[in-house]
Design a protein around this ligand. Sequence first.
Ligand code: GTP
Ligand code: MG
Length: 316
Amino acid sequence: MSVELDSITQLQGIGRKTLEKLKFAGFTPELIAVSPVRVIAREADISEVQAAKIAEYIRSELMSEDSFITARDYWEYRKNIERISTGCGNLDKLLMGGIETRAITELIGEFGAGKTQICHQLAVTVQLPRDKGGLEAKALYIDAEGTFRPERVIQISKRFGLNPDEVLENIVYARAFNSDHQMLLVKKAFEIIKEENIKLVVVDSIISHFRSEYPGRENLASRQQKLNAHISDLLKLCSVFNLAVVVTNQVVASPDVFFGNPIKPAGGHVLAHGCTYRVFLKKSREGKRIARIIDSPCHPEREVVFFISTEGVVDP
Ligand code: GTP
Ligand code: MG
């Protein structure tokens, strides 16, 4: 079940220039197959007629007979998915039990919304026994912003009755100094995870290096191209090792919105399609935080409330 992107140049009216534009914007055949025609045209700067033709061709190529399995086989595959409790009842309710393995969960929100705090807490709860919502496993933490704090891990461990020293020992940590380094760390993670029982990989944040190194519209295409490769590696990681990936993302002002919420997640279509579950976090009055799932295929639209305390992320 595969198709080479280069093969689109056999289509009438599609030349190498269009192919280059698509590649430049970070489009792979898989991404084209799941993106709306309008988005493909806009991001790659090609006409909608061209985008429609390419999308139709790619989808028909990808839909060969062997891409069908029975729903029962798919159910068997889904049954292997495990959940890690967030350690906060309300967030678990929102996520229908916790974060899933074989998926990327994206925490989106403004500064101070609680993204990093939730990542710290998950690095602890993944270590809990199964009957307490954990997976009795280790975490791998990629810190792009330099905000990982062992002190917080110690405080949170005590709340869950775990030995802080052991908990720290079970978190494999790396600081990512730039976007290339961050991508390299994920590639290296494959080697580490082969040896260690790691069930959670955190990237906090996935986007900050990319945004600062590729500013402005003129760099957007190269940025999205790299980000797409990075997300593909993370998706591979979670499906190969049946582990959970959690990434954090910032919000940006959205000038094209006149009604409703004028902010949107950074990272555009590449992150939107790469991440399985997107959780939006918002600050509210008196330290209250609100979490909501956006664009989920199987979670009802709802909001829950949580707080951040000395003990970590907690229920009201
Ligand atoms: P950015 O990384 O800046 O985008 O934000 P973030 O969403 O990662 O925010 P983070 O998770 O770091 O949350 C920061 C908030 O957590 C702060 O506003 C503090 O109110 C709260 N916080 C962090 N540590 C403690 C603590 O030890 N005790 C209490 N009560 N609150 C804390
Ligand atoms: Mg943070």
